[in-house]
Design a protein around this ligand. Structure first.
Ligand code: CUA
Length: 316
């Protein structure tokens, strides 16, 4: 693919399409700007003071012309809307088999953790040609994860998970920027994505002292925080079992049903009284201020791992 002039390098599978959309919108705006400006000059000259011209302005109508611009503009605006929406859906629907990496933004750095447990700060190693899905949250204020070369950007919000995915199409090193003013050192809150061949990525994973995987760390926390006392099968206190929970529909006391996704699990750890599972008492204590965002991600990884065996069973 030939590089577009005046554009930053395109290093992801959607980069070219984002650029083409931008160029399309620029061309469209440019075209109408040209018409308006040209007419301003034309009429300015034709009707300038002291010039002989017919100024009677009789009422006229031209149905064909009116229908023409009504439907012409309709097609153009709905067309650009459709074009942009298709691209938007592509950008927001990660493939099922994407590599899951967790991101925590904080003043002023980016922390990453790979599925195998490898952690890094301000550097993100990813394989080329592989969809990567980031689950992102913030430890303090709003940040925004931005990789210009991939044409992806998403806010990273405290108290909430946001997702972003990309598939790098070119090996190399690209900037990670924070695109939301987040305090004194906002401008230095930057990092590097290192796109490697899948082979190199495997080697890199092997080199990193993996330590515990997120799910293993989650298991440790689960014991330390005393979750096991209630959530283990056969424990004295009655609490909803966590096996096979992730991704399932959960019925609540209020009669509502929610999907047990990352957001729900995080909320249930921090504010257990908000969404009590039907048939259980609201007796779980809050873990607000007792666990960090990174630890919550590890607990979620544990709960996800408990659901992997029962993934095929979606009957619940
Ligand atoms: Cu973080 Cu700006």
């Amino acid at each position: 693919m030939i590089d577009l002039p005046f554009f930053p390098v395109e290093a992801s599978t959607i980069a070219r399409d984002v650029d083409l959309l931008l160029l399309g919108l620029l061309a469209l705006s440019g075209f109408f700007t040209f018409i308006v400006v040209a007419l301003i000059f034309y009429f300015g000259i034709k009707y300038r003071r002291g010039r002989e011209a017919d100024r009677s302005n009789p009422p006229t109508g031209n149905l064909k012309m009116e229908l023409g611009w009504i439907f012409g503009l309709l097609v153009l605006s709905v067309g650009t809307f459709t074009w942009a929406t298709i691209l938007f859906f592509r950008m927001t629907s990660p493939p099922e088999d994407a590599l899951e990496i967790s991101v925590v933004g904080l003043q002023w750095m980016w922390k990453f953790q790979h599925p195998g447990g490898q952690r890094e700060i301000d550097e993100l190693h990813v394989p080329v040609g592989t969809p990567v899905r980031l689950t992102m949250t913030s430890e303090d204020v709003i940040h925004s994860f931005y990789v210009p070369a991939f044409r992806v950007k998403h806010d990273v919000i405290p108290g909430k998970y946001s997702n972003l995915w990309f598939e790098a199409s070119k090996t190399g090193e690209y900037h990670i920027l924070c695109a939301e003013y987040c305090g004194t050192n906002h401008s230095v809150m930057r990092g590097t994505v290192i796109v490697m061949t899948p082979r190199q990525y495997q080697d890199w994973l092997g080199e990193g002292q993996a330590g515990a995987t997120p799910a293993e760390s989650g298991r440790e926390l689960y014991q330390q925080l005393g979750c096991a006392g209630c959530h283990d099968p056969g424990s004295g206190v009655q609490a909803p079992p966590l096996e096979g929970l992730f991704g399932r529909q959960v019925e609540l006391q209020s009669g509502q049903t929610v999907t047990a996704d990352e957001e729900y699990i995080r909320e249930s750890i921090l504010f257990p009284q908000r969404k009590v599972v039907a048939g259980y008492d609201p007796i779980m204590p809050t873990f607000e201020n007792r666990v960090t965002e990174e630890e919550i991600l590890q607990l979620i990884a544990l709960i996800k791992s408990l659901s992997e065996d029962s993934e095929t069973d979606n009957s619940g």
